[in-house]
Design a protein around this ligand. Structure first.
Ligand SMILES: *[C@@H]1O[C@H](CO)[C@@H](O)[C@H](O)[C@H]1NC(C)=O
Ligand SMILES: *[C@@H]1O[C@H](CO)[C@@H](O)[C@H](O)[C@H]1NC(C)=O
Ligand SMILES: *[C@@H]1O[C@H](CO)[C@@H](O)[C@H](O)[C@H]1NC(C)=O
Ligand SMILES: *[C@@H]1O[C@H](CO)[C@@H](O)[C@H](O)[C@H]1NC(C)=O
Ligand SMILES: *[C@@H]1O[C@H](CO)[C@@H](O)[C@H](O)[C@H]1NC(C)=O
Ligand SMILES: *[C@@H]1O[C@H](CO)[C@@H](O)[C@H](O)[C@H]1NC(C)=O
Ligand SMILES: CC(=O)N[C@H]1CO[C@H](CO)[C@@H](O)[C@@H]1O
Length: 261
């Protein structure tokens, strides 16, 4: 009897907690393709907390794709722990025996979110490579607050490059400053990768989610075919108190604030 009672109680508790935290605002769609859209994000005006949290769902893709407001930033996952997973282009500077073939230099400007310093690193890969990251810090709203870090690596032979470790030879990595909401990356070579084209035709640089980063000797060659990599942004509903949030979202707001503040 007692056992049955506690079983029922446990079941009830499970259902209640699932219902107590609805994902989207009542009456709002909570999915775009594979991406779950929790409040304060929303697909329409009556569903988000403010316009910065608008997610555009483009149905010309199958499954439909989620984008941050009016941008080309693809969202792959939104978590209530304050993380926004996106895909970003990798910077490349490529050569063949006749000279430069193609390069791609990405930059990103965010208005609402910052690049998570806890979850990402800046990496540059190459054996004829100078790469830099220029970051802008949000904390100073009035005056811009920029910083630059760089990596340089030159190697004539693959035998100097440790496999499976980003050691500084052929691959180098640095952490990010806190509060960056705007960055640009530059990559260049000194010798057009001559003499090393067979194992390293390009220089690469990117900000990547730490957990998803792996390096091996073959990265020097194979990243040539990679277009984008995962990155993590931090989101929060700002310093507003939860009192500003509509009543039906209050419980969610409070529980989120514990994570965010
Ligand atoms: C969406 O989810 C399906 C099923 O889980 C999976 O096969 C597919 O690769 C996912 N698509 C994207 C774009 O993540
Ligand atoms: C959806 O994506 C397609 C292909 O990139 C683009 O042409 C179209 O303008 C997008 N639609 C919206 C509503 O953004
Ligand atoms: C976002 O997705 C669109 C459509 O698949 C693609 O054209 C674009 O390159 C992607 N952008 C990034 C940064 O991955
Ligand atoms: C190098 O690439 C260019 C442009 O992609 C091409 O026209 C040229 O033939 C290539 N040269 C060699 C030696 O492969
Ligand atoms: C380097 O590491 C990769 C991934 O672990 C492995 O597949 C590859 O065989 C290794 N290559 C060498 C030369 O040890
Ligand atoms: C690299 O290629 C460019 C364009 O083809 C050429 O002007 C330059 O001299 C080359 N540099 C070296 C070091 O080979
Ligand atoms: C940055 C990087 O090299 N990422 C690779 C990690 O491994 C997976 C497959 O195991 C690749 O797809 C990624 O490109």
């Amino acid at each position: 009897m007692l056992f049955l009672f506690s079983l029922v109680a446990a079941l009830l508790a499970a259902t209640v907690s699932a219902q107590e935290f609805p994902i989207a605002r009542a009456g709002c769609k909570d999915r775009c393709g594979n991406v779950t859209i929790p409040f304060p994000f929303g697909l329409t005006e009556d569903c988000y907390y403010d316009a910065g949290f608008l997610i555009s769902c483009n149905h010309t893709f199958s499954p439909p794709k989620a984008f941050i407001t009016a941008s080309a930033i693809n969202v792959t996952e939104i978590t209530l722990e304050g993380k926004l997973h996106i895909e970003q282009f990798i910077a490349k500077d490529c050569y063949n025996a006749s000279g430069p073939t193609h390069s791609n230099i990405p930059s990103l400007t965010l208005s609402k979110f910052i690049i998570s310093d806890a979850d990402n690193i800046f990496v540059s890969i190459g054996c004829d490579t100078i790469a830099s990251l220029l970051g802008n810090l949000k904390e100073a709203a009035s005056n811009e607050n920029k910083y630059t870090v760089g990596c340089m690596s030159f190697c004539d032979s693959l035998k100097y490059v440790p496999n499976d470790t980003c050691s500084g030879i052929g691959c180098c990595q640095t952490s990010l400053a806190k509060g960056v909401d705007d960055f640009s990356i530059a990559v260049a070579s000194l010798k057009n990768h001559s003499g090393i084209l067979d194992f390293n035709p390009c220089s690469y640089a990117f900000i990547i989610e730490k957990k998803k980063f792996n390096f091996s000797r073959s990265s020097l060659r194979d990243l040539k075919n990679v277009v984008k990599l995962p990155m993590v942004l931090d989101w929060s509903i700002g310093k507003n108190s939860c009192a500003d949030v509509k009543k039906e979202q209050l419980v969610q707001c409070m529980s989120r604030k514990q994570h965010l503040l």
